[in-house]
Design a protein around this ligand. Structure first.
Ligand SMILES: [Zn+2]
Length: 391
Protein backbone atom coordinates (compact mmCIF):
# COMPACT_ATOMS: atom_id res chain seq x y z
CA UNK A 1 0.00 0.00 0.00
CA UNK A 2 1.37 3.43 -0.91
CA UNK A 3 1.68 6.15 1.70
CA UNK A 4 0.57 9.73 1.20
CA UNK A 5 2.47 12.92 1.95
CA UNK A 6 1.36 16.52 1.95
CA UNK A 7 3.89 19.27 1.28
CA UNK A 8 2.29 22.31 2.83
CA UNK A 9 3.07 25.97 3.50
CA UNK A 10 4.24 26.49 -0.11
CA UNK A 11 4.47 30.23 -0.88
CA UNK A 12 4.26 29.69 -4.65
CA UNK A 13 3.30 26.42 -6.33
CA UNK A 14 3.93 26.15 -10.07
CA UNK A 15 1.49 23.55 -11.44
CA UNK A 16 1.68 24.34 -15.19
CA UNK A 17 -2.03 23.54 -15.06
CA UNK A 18 -3.89 26.80 -15.76
CA UNK A 19 -7.22 25.23 -14.79
CA UNK A 20 -6.07 24.76 -11.18
CA UNK A 21 -4.20 28.04 -10.66
CA UNK A 22 -5.21 31.63 -10.18
CA UNK A 23 -5.10 34.31 -12.86
CA UNK A 24 -4.30 33.51 -16.48
CA UNK A 25 -0.64 32.48 -16.21
CA UNK A 26 0.20 29.26 -18.06
CA UNK A 27 2.15 28.35 -14.92
CA UNK A 28 -1.10 27.75 -13.04
CA UNK A 29 0.28 29.43 -9.92
CA UNK A 30 -1.26 28.73 -6.51
CA UNK A 31 -0.16 30.79 -3.48
CA UNK A 32 -0.22 29.50 0.14
CA UNK A 33 -0.45 26.10 -1.49
CA UNK A 34 -0.10 22.43 -0.73
CA UNK A 35 0.49 19.38 -2.89
CA UNK A 36 -0.37 15.82 -1.92
CA UNK A 37 1.74 12.90 -3.16
CA UNK A 38 0.27 9.39 -3.09
CA UNK A 39 2.77 6.72 -4.07
CA UNK A 40 4.56 7.95 -7.18
CA UNK A 41 1.78 10.31 -8.31
CA UNK A 42 0.40 13.73 -7.49
CA UNK A 43 -2.99 13.21 -5.84
CA UNK A 44 -4.10 16.77 -5.10
CA UNK A 45 -3.04 20.43 -5.40
CA UNK A 46 -4.70 23.49 -3.88
CA UNK A 47 -4.70 25.95 -1.01
CA UNK A 48 -2.89 24.78 2.11
CA UNK A 49 -5.93 25.30 4.31
CA UNK A 50 -7.99 22.85 2.23
CA UNK A 51 -5.44 20.03 1.99
CA UNK A 52 -6.81 16.57 2.81
CA UNK A 53 -5.43 14.39 5.62
CA UNK A 54 -2.33 12.35 4.76
CA UNK A 55 0.08 9.90 6.43
CA UNK A 56 3.04 12.32 6.36
CA UNK A 57 3.53 16.06 6.33
CA UNK A 58 6.40 18.20 5.04
CA UNK A 59 6.49 21.93 5.83
CA UNK A 60 7.90 23.87 2.87
CA UNK A 61 8.50 26.86 5.13
CA UNK A 62 7.15 29.48 2.75
CA UNK A 63 9.29 28.34 -0.18
CA UNK A 64 8.40 27.65 -3.82
CA UNK A 65 7.66 24.25 -5.37
CA UNK A 66 7.66 23.55 -9.08
CA UNK A 67 7.67 20.48 -11.34
CA UNK A 68 11.05 18.80 -11.66
CA UNK A 69 12.96 20.04 -14.70
CA UNK A 70 12.65 18.03 -17.90
CA UNK A 71 16.00 18.20 -19.69
CA UNK A 72 15.04 16.98 -23.15
CA UNK A 73 18.51 17.29 -24.75
CA UNK A 74 21.83 16.02 -23.39
CA UNK A 75 24.83 13.96 -24.53
CA UNK A 76 25.98 12.17 -21.39
CA UNK A 77 27.46 8.91 -22.65
CA UNK A 78 31.01 10.07 -23.24
CA UNK A 79 34.52 9.93 -21.88
CA UNK A 80 37.30 12.48 -21.76
CA UNK A 81 37.48 16.16 -21.43
CA UNK A 82 37.81 19.16 -23.76
CA UNK A 83 39.06 21.81 -21.39
CA UNK A 84 41.88 22.79 -23.74
CA UNK A 85 39.49 23.25 -26.65
CA UNK A 86 37.23 25.45 -24.51
CA UNK A 87 40.19 27.43 -23.32
CA UNK A 88 41.43 27.92 -26.89
CA UNK A 89 37.95 28.96 -28.01
CA UNK A 90 37.73 31.52 -25.24
CA UNK A 91 41.06 32.78 -26.56
CA UNK A 92 39.58 33.39 -29.99
CA UNK A 93 39.21 30.14 -31.93
CA UNK A 94 35.73 29.40 -33.34
CA UNK A 95 33.56 26.32 -32.75
CA UNK A 96 33.04 23.76 -35.53
CA UNK A 97 31.39 20.35 -35.60
CA UNK A 98 34.83 18.69 -35.91
CA UNK A 99 35.70 18.87 -32.20
CA UNK A 100 33.30 15.98 -31.64
CA UNK A 101 36.04 13.66 -32.99
CA UNK A 102 38.09 14.22 -29.84
CA UNK A 103 35.28 12.86 -27.68
CA UNK A 104 34.66 9.99 -30.11
CA UNK A 105 38.25 8.78 -29.65
CA UNK A 106 38.07 8.99 -25.85
CA UNK A 107 34.65 7.32 -25.71
CA UNK A 108 35.69 4.39 -27.90
CA UNK A 109 38.72 3.84 -25.66
CA UNK A 110 36.66 3.78 -22.45
CA UNK A 111 35.26 0.67 -20.80
CA UNK A 112 31.54 0.19 -20.23
CA UNK A 113 32.10 0.75 -16.51
CA UNK A 114 33.92 4.03 -17.13
CA UNK A 115 31.16 5.30 -19.40
CA UNK A 116 28.46 4.35 -16.93
CA UNK A 117 30.30 5.90 -13.99
CA UNK A 118 30.67 9.14 -15.93
CA UNK A 119 26.98 9.12 -16.86
CA UNK A 120 25.96 8.46 -13.27
CA UNK A 121 28.16 11.29 -12.05
CA UNK A 122 26.50 13.87 -14.31
CA UNK A 123 23.02 12.53 -13.59
CA UNK A 124 23.58 13.02 -9.88
CA UNK A 125 24.84 16.52 -10.58
CA UNK A 126 21.70 17.29 -12.63
CA UNK A 127 19.40 15.81 -10.01
CA UNK A 128 20.87 18.05 -7.30
CA UNK A 129 19.90 20.97 -9.55
CA UNK A 130 16.32 19.81 -9.92
CA UNK A 131 16.33 17.71 -13.11
CA UNK A 132 14.01 14.72 -12.65
CA UNK A 133 13.73 13.59 -16.29
CA UNK A 134 16.48 13.67 -18.87
CA UNK A 135 16.92 12.58 -22.44
CA UNK A 136 20.35 11.47 -23.59
CA UNK A 137 21.97 10.38 -26.83
CA UNK A 138 24.61 8.20 -28.36
CA UNK A 139 26.81 9.86 -30.97
CA UNK A 140 30.34 9.48 -29.64
CA UNK A 141 30.80 5.90 -30.82
CA UNK A 142 30.02 6.02 -34.55
CA UNK A 143 30.53 2.27 -35.01
CA UNK A 144 27.82 -0.37 -34.77
CA UNK A 145 29.20 -1.72 -31.50
CA UNK A 146 30.09 1.62 -29.88
CA UNK A 147 26.74 3.24 -30.68
CA UNK A 148 24.69 0.30 -29.48
CA UNK A 149 26.65 0.00 -26.22
CA UNK A 150 26.14 3.72 -25.52
CA UNK A 151 22.40 3.25 -25.91
CA UNK A 152 22.35 0.12 -23.74
CA UNK A 153 24.14 2.04 -20.97
CA UNK A 154 21.83 5.06 -21.30
CA UNK A 155 18.71 2.87 -21.24
CA UNK A 156 19.60 1.68 -17.74
CA UNK A 157 19.07 5.25 -16.52
CA UNK A 158 16.30 6.81 -18.62
CA UNK A 159 13.49 5.82 -20.95
CA UNK A 160 14.31 8.84 -23.14
CA UNK A 161 17.17 7.40 -25.18
CA UNK A 162 18.13 8.78 -28.58
CA UNK A 163 20.14 7.11 -31.32
CA UNK A 164 22.50 9.74 -32.78
CA UNK A 165 24.76 7.66 -35.03
CA UNK A 166 24.47 10.63 -37.41
CA UNK A 167 26.30 13.05 -35.11
CA UNK A 168 29.20 13.51 -37.53
CA UNK A 169 30.51 11.34 -40.35
CA UNK A 170 32.71 8.76 -38.68
CA UNK A 171 36.43 9.43 -39.24
CA UNK A 172 36.70 5.76 -40.30
CA UNK A 173 34.13 6.01 -43.09
CA UNK A 174 35.22 5.87 -46.72
CA UNK A 175 32.85 8.70 -47.60
CA UNK A 176 29.71 10.36 -46.24
CA UNK A 177 27.36 8.25 -48.39
CA UNK A 178 28.85 5.03 -47.08
CA UNK A 179 28.47 6.26 -43.52
CA UNK A 180 24.81 7.25 -44.03
CA UNK A 181 24.22 3.77 -45.42
CA UNK A 182 25.72 2.28 -42.25
CA UNK A 183 23.71 4.60 -39.96
CA UNK A 184 20.46 3.72 -41.74
CA UNK A 185 21.32 0.04 -42.11
CA UNK A 186 23.33 -2.23 -39.86
CA UNK A 187 23.86 0.40 -37.14
CA UNK A 188 20.16 1.24 -37.01
CA UNK A 189 19.27 -2.44 -36.70
CA UNK A 190 21.62 -2.79 -33.72
CA UNK A 191 20.52 0.44 -32.04
CA UNK A 192 16.76 0.60 -32.55
CA UNK A 193 15.92 -1.93 -29.81
CA UNK A 194 17.59 0.30 -27.19
CA UNK A 195 16.22 3.72 -28.21
CA UNK A 196 12.96 5.65 -28.40
CA UNK A 197 14.24 8.48 -30.63
CA UNK A 198 16.43 9.05 -33.67
CA UNK A 199 18.38 12.28 -34.15
CA UNK A 200 20.73 13.78 -36.74
CA UNK A 201 23.06 16.79 -36.67
CA UNK A 202 21.88 18.67 -39.77
CA UNK A 203 24.63 21.23 -40.26
CA UNK A 204 27.49 22.22 -42.53
CA UNK A 205 30.35 19.88 -41.62
CA UNK A 206 27.91 17.20 -40.43
CA UNK A 207 24.86 16.09 -42.52
CA UNK A 208 22.94 17.97 -45.21
CA UNK A 209 19.17 18.03 -45.65
CA UNK A 210 18.98 14.98 -47.94
CA UNK A 211 21.18 12.93 -45.63
CA UNK A 212 19.20 14.05 -42.58
CA UNK A 213 15.96 13.08 -44.30
CA UNK A 214 17.36 9.64 -45.13
CA UNK A 215 18.45 9.09 -41.51
CA UNK A 216 15.19 10.18 -39.91
CA UNK A 217 13.01 8.36 -42.43
CA UNK A 218 14.93 5.12 -41.89
CA UNK A 219 14.54 5.53 -38.13
CA UNK A 220 10.81 6.11 -38.42
CA UNK A 221 10.47 2.92 -40.44
CA UNK A 222 12.08 1.10 -37.49
CA UNK A 223 9.67 2.64 -34.98
CA UNK A 224 11.92 5.43 -33.70
CA UNK A 225 10.51 8.96 -33.41
CA UNK A 226 12.51 11.79 -34.97
CA UNK A 227 14.15 14.81 -33.35
CA UNK A 228 16.89 16.88 -34.95
CA UNK A 229 19.84 19.19 -34.30
CA UNK A 230 18.85 22.03 -36.63
CA UNK A 231 19.91 25.54 -37.60
CA UNK A 232 22.53 25.84 -34.86
CA UNK A 233 25.58 27.26 -36.61
CA UNK A 234 23.97 28.47 -39.84
CA UNK A 235 20.71 28.66 -41.78
CA UNK A 236 19.64 25.33 -43.23
CA UNK A 237 16.90 22.86 -44.04
CA UNK A 238 16.73 21.17 -40.61
CA UNK A 239 13.82 23.02 -39.04
CA UNK A 240 11.48 22.65 -42.00
CA UNK A 241 12.45 19.00 -42.37
CA UNK A 242 11.61 18.49 -38.67
CA UNK A 243 8.13 19.94 -39.11
CA UNK A 244 7.54 17.99 -42.33
CA UNK A 245 8.47 14.70 -40.60
CA UNK A 246 6.52 15.65 -37.44
CA UNK A 247 9.67 15.49 -35.32
CA UNK A 248 8.97 15.98 -31.62
CA UNK A 249 11.59 18.68 -31.46
CA UNK A 250 13.93 20.83 -33.54
CA UNK A 251 16.87 21.63 -31.30
CA UNK A 252 19.02 24.80 -31.29
CA UNK A 253 16.97 26.94 -33.77
CA UNK A 254 19.45 29.80 -33.66
CA UNK A 255 19.46 30.78 -37.35
CA UNK A 256 15.85 30.92 -38.51
CA UNK A 257 14.18 32.47 -41.53
CA UNK A 258 10.60 33.72 -41.31
CA UNK A 259 9.56 30.57 -43.20
CA UNK A 260 11.25 28.43 -40.52
CA UNK A 261 9.35 30.25 -37.77
CA UNK A 262 6.08 29.92 -39.70
CA UNK A 263 6.69 26.19 -40.16
CA UNK A 264 7.27 25.70 -36.43
CA UNK A 265 4.15 27.71 -35.59
CA UNK A 266 2.05 25.59 -37.93
CA UNK A 267 3.18 22.14 -36.72
CA UNK A 268 3.55 20.14 -33.51
CA UNK A 269 7.35 20.29 -33.47
CA UNK A 270 8.74 22.00 -30.35
CA UNK A 271 11.64 24.45 -30.70
CA UNK A 272 14.18 23.40 -28.07
CA UNK A 273 16.62 26.18 -27.23
CA UNK A 274 19.99 25.33 -25.69
CA UNK A 275 21.61 28.51 -24.43
CA UNK A 276 24.45 26.65 -22.75
CA UNK A 277 25.80 26.05 -26.26
CA UNK A 278 25.72 29.71 -27.22
CA UNK A 279 27.29 30.61 -23.87
CA UNK A 280 30.11 28.09 -24.28
CA UNK A 281 30.83 29.00 -27.89
CA UNK A 282 30.22 32.75 -27.58
CA UNK A 283 27.69 32.42 -30.36
CA UNK A 284 24.59 34.40 -31.26
CA UNK A 285 21.66 33.68 -28.90
CA UNK A 286 18.51 32.06 -30.30
CA UNK A 287 15.63 34.55 -30.38
CA UNK A 288 13.10 32.99 -28.03
CA UNK A 289 10.92 36.12 -28.11
CA UNK A 290 10.43 35.85 -31.86
CA UNK A 291 9.37 32.19 -31.54
CA UNK A 292 7.03 32.78 -28.62
CA UNK A 293 5.40 35.77 -30.30
CA UNK A 294 4.77 33.57 -33.36
CA UNK A 295 3.02 30.96 -31.21
CA UNK A 296 5.77 28.33 -31.28
CA UNK A 297 6.08 25.94 -28.31
CA UNK A 298 9.54 26.48 -26.80
CA UNK A 299 11.54 24.13 -24.59
CA UNK A 300 14.76 24.96 -22.73
CA UNK A 301 17.43 22.32 -22.16
CA UNK A 302 21.10 22.03 -21.32
CA UNK A 303 22.64 20.18 -24.31
CA UNK A 304 25.08 18.95 -21.67
CA UNK A 305 28.15 17.60 -23.50
CA UNK A 306 31.90 17.97 -23.00
CA UNK A 307 32.50 20.07 -26.12
CA UNK A 308 30.02 22.83 -26.74
CA UNK A 309 27.89 23.09 -23.57
CA UNK A 310 29.32 21.47 -20.46
CA UNK A 311 26.60 22.41 -18.02
CA UNK A 312 24.03 20.13 -16.41
CA UNK A 313 22.25 23.10 -14.84
CA UNK A 314 18.75 23.91 -16.05
CA UNK A 315 18.58 26.89 -13.63
CA UNK A 316 21.63 28.34 -15.41
CA UNK A 317 19.85 27.96 -18.77
CA UNK A 318 16.74 29.66 -17.35
CA UNK A 319 18.83 32.61 -16.23
CA UNK A 320 20.50 32.89 -19.65
CA UNK A 321 17.13 32.68 -21.44
CA UNK A 322 15.77 35.53 -19.35
CA UNK A 323 18.90 37.65 -19.63
CA UNK A 324 19.72 37.16 -23.30
CA UNK A 325 16.86 35.53 -25.20
CA UNK A 326 13.90 37.74 -24.36
CA UNK A 327 12.00 35.27 -22.21
CA UNK A 328 10.12 36.28 -19.07
CA UNK A 329 10.94 34.28 -15.94
CA UNK A 330 7.52 32.58 -16.18
CA UNK A 331 8.13 31.59 -19.80
CA UNK A 332 11.58 30.23 -19.06
CA UNK A 333 10.35 28.13 -16.14
CA UNK A 334 7.46 26.79 -18.24
CA UNK A 335 9.83 25.91 -21.09
CA UNK A 336 12.19 24.04 -18.75
CA UNK A 337 9.35 21.94 -17.31
CA UNK A 338 6.19 21.61 -19.42
CA UNK A 339 8.10 22.64 -22.55
CA UNK A 340 10.66 19.89 -22.04
CA UNK A 341 7.84 17.41 -21.54
CA UNK A 342 6.25 18.56 -24.82
CA UNK A 343 9.59 18.06 -26.58
CA UNK A 344 9.45 14.45 -25.38
CA UNK A 345 5.73 14.15 -26.23
CA UNK A 346 4.95 13.47 -22.56
CA UNK A 347 2.05 14.74 -20.47
CA UNK A 348 2.73 12.77 -17.28
CA UNK A 349 5.71 14.97 -16.34
CA UNK A 350 6.41 18.72 -16.34
CA UNK A 351 3.09 19.44 -14.59
CA UNK A 352 1.79 19.06 -11.05
CA UNK A 353 -1.83 17.98 -11.31
CA UNK A 354 -3.68 14.91 -10.07
CA UNK A 355 -2.39 11.81 -11.86
CA UNK A 356 0.93 13.34 -12.94
CA UNK A 357 4.21 11.77 -11.85
CA UNK A 358 5.25 13.18 -8.48
CA UNK A 359 8.47 14.85 -9.67
CA UNK A 360 8.91 18.07 -7.67
CA UNK A 361 11.58 20.59 -6.89
CA UNK A 362 11.64 22.70 -3.72
CA UNK A 363 13.52 26.00 -3.98
CA UNK A 364 15.15 27.88 -1.12
CA UNK A 365 13.23 30.95 -2.31
CA UNK A 366 9.61 32.11 -2.13
CA UNK A 367 9.11 32.20 -5.90
CA UNK A 368 10.21 30.45 -9.09
CA UNK A 369 11.23 33.91 -10.39
CA UNK A 370 14.31 33.63 -8.16
CA UNK A 371 15.76 31.09 -10.62
CA UNK A 372 16.51 34.06 -12.89
CA UNK A 373 16.61 36.77 -10.22
CA UNK A 374 19.40 35.01 -8.28
CA UNK A 375 21.51 33.40 -11.03
CA UNK A 376 24.28 31.05 -10.01
CA UNK A 377 22.89 30.49 -6.52
CA UNK A 378 22.17 26.83 -5.71
CA UNK A 379 18.49 27.35 -4.87
CA UNK A 380 17.30 23.74 -5.24
CA UNK A 381 16.96 22.42 -1.71
CA UNK A 382 14.66 19.42 -2.18
CA UNK A 383 13.79 17.04 -5.03
CA UNK A 384 11.13 14.33 -5.17
CA UNK A 385 11.23 11.84 -8.03
CA UNK A 386 8.35 9.40 -8.52
CA UNK A 387 7.11 10.44 -5.08
CA UNK A 388 10.36 9.65 -3.23
CA UNK A 389 12.51 12.39 -1.79
CA UNK A 390 15.95 12.06 -3.38
CA UNK A 391 17.57 15.41 -2.48
ZN1 LIG B 1 23.11 18.33 -28.87
Amino acid sequence: MSSSTVITNIATLVTNDPSSGWGDSPLGLIHDAAVVIDGDRVAWTGESSKAPATDNRVDAGGRAVLPGFVDSHSHLVFAGDRTQEFNARMSGRSYTAGGIRTTVAATRAASDAELEANLTHYLAEALRQGTTTFETKSGYGLTVEDESRALRIAARHTEEVTYLGAHIVSPDADDPAAYVALVTGEMLDACAPHARWIDVFCEKGAFDGDQARAVLTAGKAKGLHPRIHANQLSYGPGVQLAVELDAASADHCTHLTDADVDALASGRTVATLLPGAEFSTRAQWPDARRLLDAGVTVALSTDCNPGSSFTSSVPFCIALAVRDMGMTPDEAVWSATAGGAAALRRDDIGRLRPGARADLTLLDAPSHVHLAYRPGVPLVTGVWRRGARVV
